[in-house]
Design a protein around this ligand. Structure first.
Ligand code: ZN
Length: 377
C-alpha cells in the first residue's frame, strides 16, 4: 500500500523460516533523489527508475541474515529479483499473482531449487474472500483495541492529553520522500491521507497475529527516513509453549523494541495500546522520540511524567475510520485482481495448481518451524 506507483503496488515480506520473525519488508519505489512525479511513474520512465519490492527488501534488510528465509510477494518476482532473492538466501517464495513474462524467473528459481508456492489462486472469488477475511480481522482487532478504552480509569488523563496535544494530533509526520510533490499535498490517492494513520493501521494489522483476545500490535519507524524498523505483536517469549499465565506475556511494545530488523537512529513508535508503567523507561531508553497510540488502557500520571522528562512526545490518535480503511484495503486488492493485459494473467484466471492448500491468515501458535503454514505436500 505504501508504494506510490499509481498502477502496480507490490509488496514483499521476508521472514525467518524457523521463527517466522519478520526480517525485512519492501515495496516498489524510487531510489533517494528521484522525484515521485507523475512523469517518472509513467510506463516509459518507471522501469529504469524503480527499485522493485524484492530488491528493496533484500537491500534494506539491515543486519538480518536471510539464509533459508521465506519471501512473501504479491506479484511473482522478475528475473533480477529472483536472482537477488536466491543470492540473499531465500529458499521459498509464496506469491499471489503471476505474469507470463515471469517464465524466465520461474526457471531461475527452479534451477536454484527454490520452492515456489502460489497462494490459493484460481478459484473465482478467492481474492475477494481473502480481502474480506482481512477486513474482518482488521475490524475485530481494532474493536478489541477501542473497547478497552470505555471503562478505563485513565479516561480523564487521556482527555487531558488529547487537549494538550491538539496541534500534534492534527499534524502529520514530516514526509522525507515527498520530493517532487507539493508540500502537504500527496499526488496519489492510494495511500492513507496521513502517514500516521497508515502506520497505526500497520500496528493494528500486526496485532492480528497476537494469540490472545486482547490484540496488541506495535510498529517502529526511523524518525528521519520513515523506514520500518520493527513490527510486532503481543505474545509469549520464544521457546515457551502451550498457554501459560498472563504474567509470561511479552507486550507488543517490548517485542517491537527487542525484535528490530533494521537499526534506526531515533524512532517513532506506533502502538495500539499505551505502554505499561514499567515499559515506559525502555521506550525512552531505546530513543523513541514520539509515541502514537490508540487505547489509553494502562495510562498513568507517572508514566506520562517519565515520558515527558525523557523528551518523548506522547500523542493519542483516534481510531481510524473503519469505512475508509476498508476502502484502502479494497483498492489494494483491486490492484492485484485487475492486472490483466497481454503479459499478465489475473489472479482469478490462473489455474489452481494441484496440491496447494488455502493460505491461513489466522494466527496460530506454533511450536517451531513451518507447521501450520501451507506447503506443497
Ligand atoms: Zn523485480
Amino acid at each position: 500500500m505504501r508504494s506510490k506507483d499509481p498502477k502496480t503496488q507490490v509488496g514483499c515480506v521476508i521472514v525467518d523460516s524457523k521463527t517466522l520473525k519478520i526480517l525485512s519488508i519492501g515495496y516498489n519505489g524510487f531510489p533517494p533523489g528521484i522525484s515521485n512525479s507523475v512523469k517518472n511513474w509513467s510506463d516509459e520512465e518507471k522501469n529504469d527508475l524503480v527499485a522493485h519490492a524484492e530488491q528493496n527488501a533484500v537491500l534494506l534488510k539491515g543486519g538480518a541474515s536471510l539464509e533459508n528465509a521465506i519471501a512473501f510477494v504479491t506479484l511473482f518476482p522478475c528475473e533480477d529479483c529472483a536472482k537477488m532473492l536466491i543470492q540473499a538466501g531465500v529458499r521459498r517464495v509464496y506469491y499471489l499473482s503471476f505474469r507470463d513474462k515471469c517464465r524466465k524467473s520461474e526457471e531461475i528459481f527452479e534451477a536454484a531449487k527454490v520452492e515456489l508456492l502460489p497462494v490459493n489462486r484460481g478459484d473465482d472469488g478467492t481474492l475477494t474472500m481473502f480481502q474480506n477475511r482481512f477486513i474482518n480481522m482488521y475490524k475485530t482487532t481494532l474493536q478489541n483495541v477501542t473497547n478497552t478504552k470505555k471503562d478505563d480509569s485513565s479516561r480523564q488523563l487521556y482527555d487531558q492529553l488529547k487537549e494538550e496535544t491538539k496541534d500534534l494530533r492534527e499534524m502529520d509526520i514530516e514526509d522525507p520522500w515527498a520530493r517532487g510533490i507539493e508540500p502537504g499535498k500527496r499526488s496519489d490517492e492510494i495511500l492513507f491521507k496521513q502517514w500516521k494513520d497508515y502506520f497505526l493501521f500497520l500496528a493494528v494489522v500486526a496485532g492480528i497475529r497476537s494469540s490472545r483476545d486482547a490484540k496488541e500490535g506495535a510498529l517502529l519507524v526511523d524518525s528521519k527516513t520513515l523506514k520500518m524498523c520493527s513490527l510486532s505483536y503481543q505474545g509469549y517469549p520464544r521457546g515457551v509453549e502451550g498457554a501459560p499465565d498472563d504474567a509470561m506475556m511479552v507486550s507488543a511494545i517490548m517485542n517491537v523494541l527487542s525484535l528490530r530488523f533494521y537499526e534506526g537512529n531515533k524512532f517513532y513508535a506506533f502502538c495500539t495500546n499505551f505502554p505499561k508503567e514499567g515499559e515506559v523507561k525502555i521506550l525512552a531508553q531505546a530513543k523513541v522520540v514520539c509515541l502514537y497510540f490508540i487505547s489509553p488502557t494502562n495510562m498513568t500520571t507517572r508514566a506520562l511524567t517519565i515520558l515527558k522528562a525523557a523528551g518523548v512526545k506522547t500523542v493519542p490518535i483516534d481510531p481510524l475510520n473503519e469505512k475508509e480503511v476498508e476502502k484502502e484495503i479494497e483498492n489494494t486488492f483491486k490492484g492485484l485482481a485487475d492486472k490483466e493485459d497481454k503479459n499478465t494473467t489475473s489472479f482469478k484466471n490462473w489455474p489452481r495448481i494441484q496440491g496447494t492448500s488455502p493460505y491461513e491468515l489466522e494466527p496460530k501458535r506454533r511450536n517451531s518451524g513451518l507447521e501450520g503454514v501451507a506447503t506443497k505436500s
